[in-house]
Design a protein around this ligand. Sequence first.
Ligand SMILES: Cc1cc2nc3c(=O)[nH]c(=O)nc-3n(C[C@H](O)[C@H](O)[C@H](O)COP(=O)(O)OP(=O)(O)OC[C@H]3O[C@@H](n4cnc5c(N)ncnc54)[C@H](O)[C@@H]3O)c2cc1C
Ligand code: FES
Length: 268
Amino acid sequence: MSQLIEAVIKDKKSWGDYFFVTFQAPELAALAAPGQFVMVKVSPKGPPLLRRPFSLASADREEGTIAIFFQRVGLGTNLLSRYSPGEKVSLIGPLGRGFSFEDLAFPGELLLIGGGRGIAPLYYLAQKLKERGLKVIIFYGGKTQADLPLKEALAKKKLADKLILATEDGSLGFKGLITDVLEQEVLSPLAKKAFVCGPEAMMKKVAELLRRWNLPGEFSLEAFMGCGFGVCWGCVRWIKRGQEYQLVRICQEGPVFSREDVKWSEEE
Ligand SMILES: Cc1cc2nc3c(=O)[nH]c(=O)nc-3n(C[C@H](O)[C@H](O)[C@H](O)COP(=O)(O)OP(=O)(O)OC[C@H]3O[C@@H](n4cnc5c(N)ncnc54)[C@H](O)[C@@H]3O)c2cc1C
Ligand code: FES
């Protein structure tokens, strides 16, 4: 059950165009799960009227907080980046279906593969997987090192047993695409599942590799969202239901889908 609340910003960190904002929101923290998202009203009055969707990057039930991690890319994220601690923001959430990880047990090894801002839901998921004592390998890629601002927090909080970084310009970690590194990875027999979020081209390539390796995977998809809760049908995508593909509302039935259910190309 999602809630509409006015949440006070408790903390805000920024690195260039990236922001990590923590809200005091016990109602949402109590219900949140990794892979779910919130619809944020970025402007109290005036444009843009439509809320913007952001994955939950963290939720702490004891502290009563949730967090989002976002990249400033346009009008809405620019407005959101200007809020300060103490100010209130209207949130609806938690929305959608998150990652399935409850059946995973030690000594399983999980691959978390994030591109740029796509690290957001994986950052939250990694916290939950580590709480369960699972081995977590994080692949985190971006264009330059400025696109990997959560690398220190991932290391400091020990959210990854192995953290593999890649930048297209070679300014940090492996030079190239994160999918190039992944392709060279020798898959451990303990590898159980992959969780993926990032640009569409990256996710498509990862889906191909997982199919080759016969490794299950879940992908957090993005779509333009008008409402975030199933009313506008603005977020549809072809998803396999039974033997055929159907147009499915990402906000309601996703945003997380398993690899084999997503139509990655017209040929499928
Ligand atoms: C379920 C879900 C979870 C998301 N989680 C995060 C997150 O954790 N962190 C984060 O930074 N972003 C996330 N996004 C994307 C985020 O919602 C958009 O970047 C944001 O809405 C852009 O708003 P804007 O007004 O700043 O950009 P606009 O001014 O509306 O657009 C600026 C540019 O961004 C592109 N864009 C806008 N919305 C999207 C979108 N949904 N998908 C792809 N491209 C888009 C536009 O084509 C345009 O080029 C998520 C999207 C979805 C659907
Ligand atoms: S965003 Fe409105 S139905 Fe999905």
